[in-house]
Design a protein around this ligand. Structure first.
Ligand SMILES: [Fe+2]
Length: 229
């Protein structure tokens, strides 16, 4: 219910506090609109594989909460889960949609997409963490990823989370050219690459919640899924 109490009679501190709250709500609303805009750009370029990014946002929130990420950072993690591949807009369609194996030169262009995405997102001060997660979402825990060859805790935690949930979701999802893996096999592969590609702590956390959280992740999307479980 909207309060009709005249704010002018409130103490200065209370008015300041109300103003801060209003500005926070405005910022949050603007951020959501911005991310919706980016999401639509991904759709226009056909880079949103169905509900993939929505599922990732749901997983990101759950893993982030389980790992105790503070509330203010959770929103940026959630946004990164949705827009981390936005830089693929800068990759030519001939490379993006090439059915066969990429040449070394094509792969080099494709591997630029984290930097392309960071280049856009870093322009928004409120998306600093989101831009860094985007920049580093293809780093590998053992330092063999790109673009920074960062290793371990040098990689932002949000990026380590996105790497795990993105890989899991990609493995269990159907593609036009292949059927998704059963979740047990996808989980086995996460464990297999734990400590090399993936942060073992993130994998452990994800495995702890994946089975129990799956129904709520699907319910939160309000849609069916092509997941194989
Ligand atoms: Fe990517």
């Amino acid at each position: 219910m909207i309060s009709t109490f005249p704010t002018s009679v409130l103490p200065v501190e209370a008015r300041a506090s109300m103003r801060v709250k209003m500005l926070e709500e405005e910022l949050s609303s603007n951020l959501n609109s911005m991310i919706c805009g980016f999401h639509q750009l991904l759709d226009l370029k056909d880079l949103n594989t169905g509900v993939h990014s929505t599922r990732l946002a749901e997983w990101a929130m759950r893993v982030g909460q389980e790992l105790g990420i503070p509330e203010e950072s959770l929103q940026e993690l959630e946004m990164a889960a949705v827009v981390h591949d936005i830089g693929k807009i800068g990759v030519p369609d001939a490379i993006l949609n090439k059915p066969g194996k990429l040449t070394d030169d094509e792969k080099a262009v494709m591997n630029k997409h984290p930097e392309f995405g960071w280049g856009v997102l870093r322009l928004f001060p409120a998306l600093t963490q989101t831009s860094l997660i985007t920049l580093h979402h293809h780093e590998s825990f053992d330092g063999r990823g790109y673009p920074g060859n960062l290793r371990g805790s040098e990689i932002p935690l949000g990026a380590r989370i996105v790497t795990v949930i993105d890989s899991f979701d990609a493995m269990v999802s159907d593609r036009p050219y292949r059927k998704g893996l059963p979740s047990e096999e996808a989980k086995r592969r996460l464990v297999e690459s734990s400590g090399t590609q993936f942060d073992p702590a993130v994998v452990k956390c994800f495995l702890k919640i994946v089975d129990t959280e799956l129904p709520t992740v699907l319910a939160a999307m309000g849609t069916g899924s092509n997941l194989v479980f």
